[in-house]
Design a protein around this ligand. Structure first.
Ligand code: GDP
Ligand code: IMO
Ligand code: MG
Length: 480
């Protein structure tokens, strides 16, 4: 008995007091937590660097929103640039190192070294315009011979398309104000299944196909408009020359992109025109003839919707439009002149003066909806610097009815009276700001109001035409 007690006492003395166990256990868990934190931070960083990130960039108004400028900022974060619709009706301006570049058909991101560009199947290509653009770039030190790819499924613009565009426009009651580049008639042939594609242009059957098409078009030009026929031999010779020059660039677009995606390359889809010029979702019939909205990136390039990760909408801090059609917030003459002059609002393709108006939140909400826009890039904030007050259109009035949603009926839109909200101007140079906090208070208030009205965050703000006059906000890509 005495012995047992003795043993018990001895073993008691071996047991550590309970407090002394806690410290190593707590220490162990602290170290474990710290390791986990570091590991997850490394994983997040690796994910941010390596994760697939295919972005569609769309114009969320009537084109000319400053897409070229925003693409220039975005290009550093991607590998491949894709044009997916439209043609050389587009004009995307990038001002880099004091030099101005205007891109019409070539993806504007190719201004950056080491990037590859694709002109997708949804684009209509005027070979003459494309080769000229390549030459112009080469003369300024940008050689795209190795970096530019062209989808063999893209349709080709011929001189009869251009002639028909101009003739149809002059005969039409209710002009559209097209760029006269043959864009609409080329898409007409595509949908009517009588177009000629890049693959045809480069094939042995080209002469045969051209002869068939030209016979039809010459008949049309003569009978409808009393025009002289186009010469087959001349056209054949010219286009065979183009085929030879373009052949080294030709690829199968969808396979080219699928392969790039498999290799972990990041793609930026460069939308041309804008949502309100989209053939389905725009102010029909005052639209262009392609799908300028985000969905067009899939059909116009051959990538599946599942390969798209983000959609960025570009808007001006106000509104502009070139050509005919409704523009509910259009400025009165004096203000129009003032903003046009300050914003240098003249078309990058045709030089036509752009019509200008206040920011229309109804229009951009519609764009957010049909494109699934994750975040907005706002350009040309500096143009509003001098304004005493700034208006935002939040709805329309049609007689006694108030409209909050974008109307599909063009007659309603033509009648629509904008309902405005007025905010104070900032009367200070926004162009001097390189971060959100540095923007004048009233400018931040204006932008915050836009975010609230649109229901999406602003991820980038541009305050001047130069490359360095833009900054990302905290919502940059944290948009999911
Ligand atoms: P895109 O077709 O959408 O690429 O736009 P355009 O290039 O046709 O037109 C936009 C014009 O605005 C170009 O002349 C740009 O240089 C200019 N621009 C872009 N961002 C800004 C900006 O923040 N401030 C000013 N003042 N000009 C800008
Ligand atoms: P970017 O890419 C602004 C307009 C024309 C016309 C209508 C139809 O620079 O934003 P079309 O020649 O396409 O049949 O003309 O569309 N338009 C544009 N407006 N920016 C553009 O391109 C445009 N491309 C076409 O002015 O009203
Ligand atoms: Mg433009």
């Amino acid at each position: 008995m005495e012995k047992e007690k003795c043993i018990d006492r001895r073993s008691d003395s071996n047991i550590l007091p309970p407090n002394s166990y806690f410290l190593p256990i707590i220490l162990f868990f602290c170290v474990l937590c710290a390791v986990c934190c570091v590991l997850s931070a490394v994983c997040c960083l690796l994910y941010a660097i390596l994760a697939p990130m295919n972005i569609v960039l769309v114009g969320a108004q009537w084109g000319d929103e400053g897409k070229g400028k925003v693409i220039d900022v975005l290009t550093g974060e991607v590998d491949i640039l894709v044009r997916y619709q439209g043609g050389h009706n587009a004009g995307h301006t990038v001002i880099a190192d004091g030099k101005e570049f205007i891109f019409h058909l070539i993806p504007s991101g190719l201004l950056h070294k080491g990037k590859t560009g694709l002109i997708g199947n949804g684009v209509v290509i005027d070979p003459e315009a494309l080769l000229e653009e390549m030459q112009r770039l080469k003369a300024r030190g940008i050689d795209v011979r190795r970096t530019l790819k062209i989808s063999d499924e893209a349709h080709v613009i011929f001189p009869y398309h251009k002639r028909l565009d101009i003739l149809e426009e002059s005969w039409r009651t209710g002009r559209i104000g097209t760029t006269g580049r043959g864009i609409g008639p080329c898409y007409v042939d595509k949908v009517a299944r009588c177009g000629i594609r890049v693959a045809d242009l480069c094939s042995k059957e080209f002469a045969h196909k051209l002869r068939q098409r030209l016979t039809e078009k010459n008949r049309l030009l003569r009978a409808m408009y009393g025009e002289r026929p186009l010469s087959f031999q001349q056209l054949l010779g010219r286009y065979q020359g183009y085929a030879k020059a373009l052949a080294p660039h030709v690829v199968h677009g969808p396979r080219f992109l699928q392969d790039a995606i498999k290799r972990g390359k990041r793609i930026l889809f460069e939308g041309a025109q804008g949502t309100l010029l989209d053939i389905d979702h725009g102010t029909y019939p005052y639209v262009t003839s392609s799908n300028a909205t985000a969905g067009g990136a899939c059909t116009g390039s051959g990538v599946p919707p599942t390969a798209i990760h983000k959609v960025i909408g570009v808007v001006k801090a106000y509104t502009t439009r070139v050509g005919e059609g409704p523009l509910p917030t259009e400025f009165p003459n004096a203000l129009m002149e003032q903003i046009r002059h300050r914003g240098k609002e003249f078309g990058a393709t045709t030089g036509r003066p752009r019509r200008c108006g206040w920011f229309d939140a109804v229009v951009v909400r519609h764009a957010v909806c049909v494109n699934g826009i994750d975040a907005i890039a706002v350009t040309k904030l500096d143009v509003l610097d001098d304004m005493d007050t700034i208006k935002i259109c939040t709805g329309y009035r049609d007689g006694k009815k108030q409209i909050r949603e974008f109307p599909s009926d063009i007659d309603v839109l033509n009648r629509a009276e904008p309902i405005y909200e007025t905010l104070p101007g900032w009367k200070a140079p926004a162009s001097e700001s390189t971060r959100w906090q540095a923007l004048p208070m009233a400018a931040r208030r204006y932008l915050k109001r836009l975010q609230t009205l649109l229901g999406v965050p602003i991820c980038l703000i541009s305050t001047g035409s130069k490359r360095e006059q833009a900054f990302k906000t905290k919502h940059w890509f944290a948009t999911g």
